[in-house]
Design a protein around this ligand. Structure first.
Ligand SMILES: [Zn+2]
Ligand SMILES: [Zn+2]
Length: 62
């Protein structure tokens, strides 16, 4: 049911509509604070690289 994630999986901080978030190849999604300061761009679930997802571009084809 949660196709479009709205909460950081690490701190449960809600994403605003215009806030960048970061996700890995398995769509684990985290806020910018967690990604940069806590997780260091590495997904804690799958060890994948977290990439920035810009607002309004939540389903990148690549
Ligand atoms: Zn967070
Ligand atoms: Zn992951």
């Amino acid at each position: 049911m949660a196709e479009c994630k709205t909460l950081c999986e690490w701190c449960n901080h809600p994403f605003g509509q215009h806030v960048a978030r970061y996700s890995c190849q398995h769509n684990c999604t985290f806020c910018e604070v967690c990604t940069t300061a806590r997780l260091r761009f590495q997904c804690p679930n799958c060890q994948g690289v977290l990439r920035c997802v810009q607002p309004g571009n939540e389903n990148p084809k690549a």
